[in-house]
Design a protein around this ligand. Sequence first.
Ligand code: FE2
Ligand code: FE2
Length: 336
Amino acid sequence: MQLPRPRGPLSERLFAEMLTPDPTVVPVELDPTRVLGDDDAQVALWALYELSYRGFDNVAPDHEWCPALLSTRASIEEAFEQSLRDLTTPAVERAVGRPEYTAEQLLAVIDDVEDEPGLAQFLQRRATEEQYREFLVHRSLYHLKESDPHAWAIPRLEGAPKVALAELQYDEFGAGRADQLHSTLFARALEGAGLDPAYGAYVDVVPALTLAVNNAMSFFGLHRRLRGAIMGHLAAFESTSSLPCRRYSGGAARLGFDERVSHYFDEHVEADAVHEQLAVRTICQRLVDQDASLQRDVLLGASTCVQLDAQAGRQMTGAWEQGRSSLLEASQQEVA
Ligand SMILES: [Fe+2]
Ligand SMILES: [Fe+2]
């Protein structure tokens, strides 16, 4: 994979630095109230995080630990973290006001999103083939590295939460079979829908919010202090997966897509119901039992997951309701 296209002055300058042997710090000035929808900031952060996943063919592997790039990353993260805390604090405060059972508080935070017809129902009943493909394109950013951001937590946990996370991840990573890796199942679903299964193929066409969904996971996963948040994110992700996956599968069948598409989602209907129990009851509950100071961060992660997911869903269906594509136009990708 090559570096993505820059989307503004920050990413333009940053990507130019990333291509040099000795990058220097890029000054960052961001407005935390706008950073979630800021294409320039989100693509910059996404590219910096990618150095810790698969990297780029045109960037030196050692740049993962380049102090100047890490310093630039920290400046973007500061505004990003503020925006995530602003987004989730009301729901987290409402939940911590309840009796002190993390599992119950988690469910309260997960339910604390506006009830609306939603993306899953749209895809199940109304989406055109093209709209369904767009949905897969948005999701490809995460599902082609499915569960990788949550795996960063493994060495940071101990005892029961670590064992439960390993059990959950064992499924996500194929349960001992390379052809059952969930990221591989998703790549096959992309192929089945006539899309490009290559890792990172669609980075340049997804909007800021889709990148923010992914950046939030990497941000939580890559910071040990936020291990509660990445596990809260996992709990919310697994808890809100089973039912929508049934609808996604129904939509794929309605549209007559190749069975590789529904297969990916069918696999998640039952698996994620089990994963939900592991993540909520064992990982998060026991983690907070071990260290009560992690409670708010668990809820921060869970709330971030559902709130960003709801926003991204609204953005997709909103575009489709207006007869527009939810992806970036080729013209928007060009940086003047
Ligand atoms: Fe999965
Ligand atoms: Fe899962």
